[in-house]
Design a protein around this ligand. Structure first.
Ligand code: FMN
Length: 181
């Protein structure tokens, strides 16, 4: 297995192993007011399509930032293997209602509440907007796809750090290049 295949396999593992450190991702956007970053959960991975899947609220700040600029940067860190992964890509909400419904059906009731707040996430909390409207939760839910354009891996090692850059080739494989750490 080459390095790129190994990375994608690890990303897939992070979606099924709830304790895997790459499950929680630093998700960075660039909005009209500059850069922003927040933690999100990696929900799905499609290596052949170079695609990562996240769930979020349509009304969240990150969605406005993605509408402003679809380019995103993602950061993964695994303290067990001392491995950092930096990913650049383009984010877009899943357009197929059938696919979004499929994701929604697998979300347990307790997690559906995350999308049921009366006011948008990030708005000031007051007594009028602190309750939930579960009937609106599905329409607030977004499945966000990120098509990966660039990957960079850095493995820290006393015997010599390893830094590798990957970009997609015309054939669909990943071209690997060693970099000075
Ligand atoms: C461990 C962890 C996991 C999170 N997972 C998600 C997630 O999957 N989707 C999401 O929209 N927000 C998630 N959040 C909340 C975000 O970090 C953020 O607070 C929220 O999405 C609002 O961000 P925004 O205002 O920049 O859009 C998570 C937070 C933590 C601490």
């Amino acid at each position: 297995m080459n390095h790129a295949e190994e990375i994608w396999k690890t990303l897939v593992r992070a979606t099924v192993d709830k304790k895997h450190p790459w499950r929680v991702v630093g998700f960075s956007t660039s909005g009209p007011n500059g850069p922003q970053v927040r933690s999100v959960i990696l929900r799905g991975v499609k290596p052949a399509e170079r695609q990562l899947l996240f769930f979020t609220d349509l009304r969240s700040q990150k969605m406005a930032e993605i509408a402003h600029d679809a380019r995103v940067a993602l950061l993964f860190w695994n303290p067990r293997s001392n491995t950092q992964l930096r990913v650049c890509g383009n984010a877009a909400p899943e357009a197929s209602e059938l696919i979004v419904n499929g994701h929604w059906e697998r979300i347990p009731d307790y997690a559906r509440k995350d999308y049921a707040t009366l006011s948008a996430p990030g708005t000031a909390l007051d007594s009028a907007n602190s309750c939930l409207d579960l009937s609106m939760a599905r329409s607030n839910f977004v499945a966000l796809n990120v098509v990966v354009q660039q990957i960079e891996l850095l493995r820290l090692d006393r015997d010599g750090h390893v830094r590798l850059a990957f970009s997609p080739s015309a054939s669909g494989d990943w071209t690997e290049k060693g970099l000075v750490p």
